[in-house]
Design a binder for this molecule. Structure first.
Ligand SMILES: Cc1cc2nc3c(=O)[nH]c(=O)nc-3n(C[C@H](O)[C@H](O)[C@H](O)COP(=O)(O)O)c2cc1C
Length: 350
């Protein structure tokens, strides 16, 4: 009735295995598909891609910004960083090294490719179609020291590091900040309206747009859109969200805070890259991840988190939980034709 079977078919089709071919010219459609499988804030997919002979430009699509929750577009640029990171690992699977930089003149992210004999698909490349933000409860259990070390290592980038917290009392402290952040956000009408606009209350609604947050991925029952919007007023409350977050955090193996030297470009892109790499690496280890960013988004609580962390001069830019768990239904993406632009800004006829 709600298009669940069609949704699941579309999600499966999007997540075909990665093309591994190090001898043919770059398959740009494949690069594009894998770039768009990256995480993005509210699944807004705030990106456009422009092909160049040996590069791909990842451009911000400001028509998809979320001005209430993300007034400075920091999350938008982190999402572009996530897509750029997928491109790096997708290009390796096609025998190309990729270099990511920011083009201040054009105001976009450039991923430049260069054929590199000997380069091939890695576990991170192969993890791209399997990565997801798993919003369901994890199975209680600690990670091995070696796994934590690996995650810490891949979470490092230029001017970026990840701090991992696994002790119950540390997680409880972060939960306190999260409860206060939920209170601030979910009692704000404008923020609730913006969030609700990105919720797809049933699989058919998600299929129609190919974006947004679908309840199907977090195990919520499907509802007709009009009813879902009416009920959201009663369900999306600070107390209800905090109860869910508390049970999720307590069943997780730990929390990861991504810290950067600056709360501005290019750190936003770097931190997005680090978070995506962290999630890809976690995926290869059977470890699930999900963001919990209200603490980052509500400035006074972010400041409290930073001071608790003793972050001298560093900025907390993303927060994630991680742990062992089963995969959940995958999220959808818009058709590739909707995200490719020609150099003149138009969409190519497909
Ligand atoms: C910068 C950024 C911020 C995000 N913040 C949150 C968050 O606070 N809570 C959450 O549940 N998901 C958050 N997400 C995850 C997105 O909602 C998710 O990537 C998107 O719905 C697509 O789903 P997928 O990652 O499973 O493919 C964030 C993602 C990014 C890139």
């Amino acid at each position: 009735m709600f298009g669940t079977a069609a949704y699941d078919r579309a999600a499966r089709e999007l997540r075909r295995p990665v093309l591994e071919d190090t001898t043919s010219p770059l398959d740009r459609g494949e690069l594009l598909r894998l770039a768009t499988l990256a995480a993005s804030s509210h699944n807004t997919q705030p990106w456009k891609f422009e092909h160049e002979p040996m590069a791909m430009r990842v451009q911000p699509d400001f028509t998809r910004r979320c001005p209430i929750v993300d007034p400075d577009d920091g999350h938008l640029w982190k999402s572009l960083g996530c897509a750029a990171e997928n491109l790096v690992h997708a290009a390796a699977a096609q025998g190309h090294r990729a270099r990511v930089s920011l083009d201040p003149r054009r105001g976009d992210v450039v991923v430049a490719f260069e054929r590199s004999p000997g380069l091939h698909a890695t576990e991170l490349s192969r993890a791209i179609p399997h990565r997801q933000c798993t919003r369901q409860p994890y199975e209680t259990g600690r990670l091995e020291a070696d796994e934590l070390r690996q995650l810490e290592q891949v979470g490092r980038g230029e001017g970026v590091r990840v701090a991992l917290f696994t002790a119950a009392r540390e997680c409880e402290q972060v939960l306190e900040y999260l409860a206060a952040a939920n209170q601030a956000q979910l009692s704000d009408r404008a923020l609730r309206a913006e969030l609700t606009a990105w919720i797809r209350f049933n699989p058919r609604a998600a299929l129609a747009t190919g974006d947004g947050l679908c309840g199907h991925t977090s195990g919520r029952p499907a509802l007709p859109t009009a009813l879902g919007r009416r009920l959201a007023r009663f369900v999306l409350t600070p107390a209800a969200q905090t109860a869910i977050d508390a049970s999720h955090v307590r069943a997780s193996a730990g929390l990861a805070v991504f810290l950067a030297a600056r709360d501005a470009l290019p750190s936003w892109v770097e931190v997005g890259r680090a978070a995506e790499r962290f999630a890809l690496c976690a995926t290869t280890l059977g470890i699930r991840t999900a963001f919990l960013n209200p603490v980052i988004e509500v400035r006074p609580l972010r400041a409290q988190l930073e001071s608790w962390l003793g972050a001298r001069g560093e900025h907390a830019l993303l927060l994630m939980r991680f742990g062992y768990g089963r995969p959940a239904p995958f999220s959808l993406r818009r058709p590739l034709a909707a995200v490719v632009v020609r150099p003149d800004g138009g969409h190519p006829a497909t």
